[in-house]
Design a protein around this ligand. Structure first.
Ligand code: M6R
Length: 608
């Protein structure tokens, strides 16, 4: 996600900003820019690509002299990576400039209103509306203009704002996107994350939701959105510099698991409107949606596993037949795509070679392709007919966690959209589904809270030779992903089976002490799954069960039980996967594996 660094004080701002942005490179970005007040006006420099380009274009910041400024690394959301879309963004007179991390959800409506008042937009970004809106409300008092803007914008934002008429001040604002400020004897600092300013100060203030900070060279003041002054306590940061990049987490994978509630929330919230689902990116008239006779989901790895869940959810809710294919198979098997079919490709990176080839194959046959993609502006995002983004932000760990959660969420939204249009659910069922969806982020958070318990359990299995995962229906889809998570980072052999298949071969592999993780979240299949559990126990297996709160009778059979909070059964995957991710992670940590960069694997598989 985007990175923000700002400085006001006695030192050269550009040097501090470039240095701070470099410390935020781990967040992922595709362009960078900074704005410095040079004593007369605000000057902006922007570049596409690595920060090095901006550094070289400004001679390491030396061509941008001044002691107040803001900088930004952009991870494209609205509009492709380009100089024009890179931040900072100006108002029309170039007297107000803004950097932003997050998404202004009502930017289309605001953009229209501002355009009606004569404002011209030069970029495709949602951020530019903030610059023009500030211009609209600015009557000489920057704090007043900012508070007015905050009452108008919806969504998530961390903002850095500069006014040319007030070069002795810098402003920081936040809602649902991270932002900190700090101070030392040389000045005051703004940053998206601690590493950016750790070199300068260890006394930081965490800006809370809807708080505004006015920074001057030697002090800072905090305000509410109603311009009331607030008192805040500084927090002393004692992290070492390496830990800081991971925000104190031991690995990116753990950090990213903890970002799942936010990913789910960010993927949901722009698309839930007044108890309805609006997927603006998927502009197909309802009549056309009703005509779709079959859906083909095509993807690789975890994205394929999300697709397997998607099949169960779409078929169950919208009553559309769904076929799920591995992209590497789909592209060469001369698939039968009949009239009325639609193709969905799923990819975190948007660059996976086989998925891209599958997309091209479907398009060349005249079929409409929807991409569920995380990386904005990636090849799949550009080539698909429509793109539904999973707002997970950059994922650094090779083993996907938060992007997978975003993919599931996008599929739930699609299934519900189809179900509503095709009248395959009642109003009451739709409301219940919506209610369950909205509760997912908090429930994921709750499950993450039990990490110590899972860690203790995982430690017992660092020496395991084989671990099996089984489940029925959606629980089988979860098992596939749980098994992949474990094996790719811990190098322990693992397989996932549909529980009903055990007797057809796999059960012969069960020996005394073999761990079998049984997922049993689907109540209608629960008795059948319990029978499978009894069968593997009879062959000496140690059973780890993941099931719903309330199924306490499972303790008579299972050796170790993890309960997940109550949700709609079709969304159980989003919860049950969390302990399985944690399990895989802690087994790998216990074995001393390089969790974020497992051997032989790449984050983005751009060759077949
Ligand atoms: O970028 P994509 O989602 O297209 O990547 C697909 C797979 O390569 C990916 O999910 C892979 O299986 C991960 N290592 C799983 O954690």
């Amino acid at each position: 996600m985007c990175g923000i660094v700002g400085y006001i004080g006695t030192k050269e701002a550009a040097l501090i900003i470039l240095d701070g942005l470099a410390k935020l490179e781990y967040r992922g970005y595709d362009s960078a820019g900074m704005a410095i007040f040079d004593g007369e006006k605000i000057r902006i420099s922007k570049s596409v690509g690595r920060l090095k380009v901006l550094e070289s274009e400004t001679c390491g910041g030396k061509t941008m002299r001044g002691t107040v400024g803001i900088g930004h690394t952009r991870w494209a959301t609205h509009g492709v990576p380009s100089k024009t879309n890179a931040h900072p963004h100006f108002n029309r007179q170039e007297t107000i400039c803004v950097v932003h991390n997050g998404i202004i959800e009502n930017y289309i409506a605001l953009r229209k209103k501002l355009a009606d008042r004569g404002y011209e937009f030069v970029s495709d970004t949602d951020t530019e509306v903030v610059a023009h809106l500030l211009d609209y409300y600015y009557k000489g008092n920057p704090l007043e203009a900012i508070t007015k803007v905050l009452h108008r914008v919806e969504g998530s934002y961390a903002l850095g704002v500069m006014f040319a008429q007030h070069p002795d001040q810098l402003f920081a604002v936040r809602k649902d996107s991270p932002l900190i400020v700090g101070q030392n004897e040389d000045g005051c600092y703004i940053a998206s994350d601690v590493p950016a300013i750790l070199k300068y100060t260890r006394n930081v203030y965490y800006v809370d939701n809807q708080e505004i900070v006015r920074l001057r060279g030697d002090h800072m003041h905090f305000y509410t959105v109603d311009e009331e002054e607030l008192k805040k306590e500084a927090v002393y940061i004692d992290w070492d510099a390496n830990a800081a990049e991971k925000a104190g987490y031991e690995h990116f994978m753990l950090k990213e698991m903890y970002e799942q509630p936010k990913t789910v929330m960010d993927t949901l919230s722009p698309r839930i409107r007044e108890n309805d689902i609006v997927i603006e990116e998927f502009e197909m008239p309802d009549e056309q949606l009703r005509q779709i006779k079959k859906i083909h989901i095509v993807a690789c790895g975890s994205a394929y596993h999300a697709g397997v869940t998607g099949k169960y959810v779409l078929e169950s809710l919208a009553r559309i037949p769904v076929e799920v294919d591995l992209a590497s198979e789909f592209r060469y098997r001369d698939p039968i795509l009949e009239e009325g079919a639609m193709v969905i490709v799923i990819s975190q990176s948007g660059e996976t070679a086989d998925t891209l080839a599958a997309l091209r194959e479907a398009k060349s046959r005249g079929f409409r392709v929807l991409g569920i993609v995380n990386v904005v502006g990636s090849s799949i995002a550009r080539e698909a007919d429509s793109v539904m983004y999973t707002w997970a932000g950059p994922e650094i760990a090779v083993a996907t966690t938060k992007a997978y959660s975003g993919q599931l969420t996008a599929l739930y939204l699609l299934a519900m959209k189809f179900a509503k249009v095709r009248n395959t659910v009642t109003e009451a069922e739709f409301e219940e589904l919506l209610d369950s969806l909205k509760r997912l982020p908090d429930q994921i958070e709750l499950l993450l809270g039990s990490k110590e318990r899972i860690q203790r359990f995982a430690n017992r299995y660092v020496g395991a030779k084989d671990i099996f995962f089984v489940g029925r229906g959606i629980d089988y889809a979860i098992s596939l992903e749980g098994s992949l998570k474990l094996k790719e980072i811990s190098y322990i052999h693992s397989e996932a089976y549909a529980a009903g298949e055990l007797k057809h071969g796999t059960i012969s592999l069960i020996e005394e002490g073999t761990l079998v993780a049984v997922v049993a979240t689907q109540q209608h299949l629960y008795p059948k799954t319990i029978s499978n559990m009894v069968e593997v126990k009879a062959r000496g297996a140690f059973v780890l069960a993941v099931t719903n709160e309330g199924n306490h009778d499972i303790e008579k059979v299972a050796d170790y039980v993890i309960y997940i909070p109550k949700t709609h059964p079709l969304f159980a995957n989003s919860l049950a996967i969390v302990p399985l991710q944690l399990f895989g992670y802690y087994v790998a940590v216990g074995k001393g594996c390089d969790v974020d960069k497992p051997r032989n694997l790449a984050k983005s598989v751009t060759v077949e």
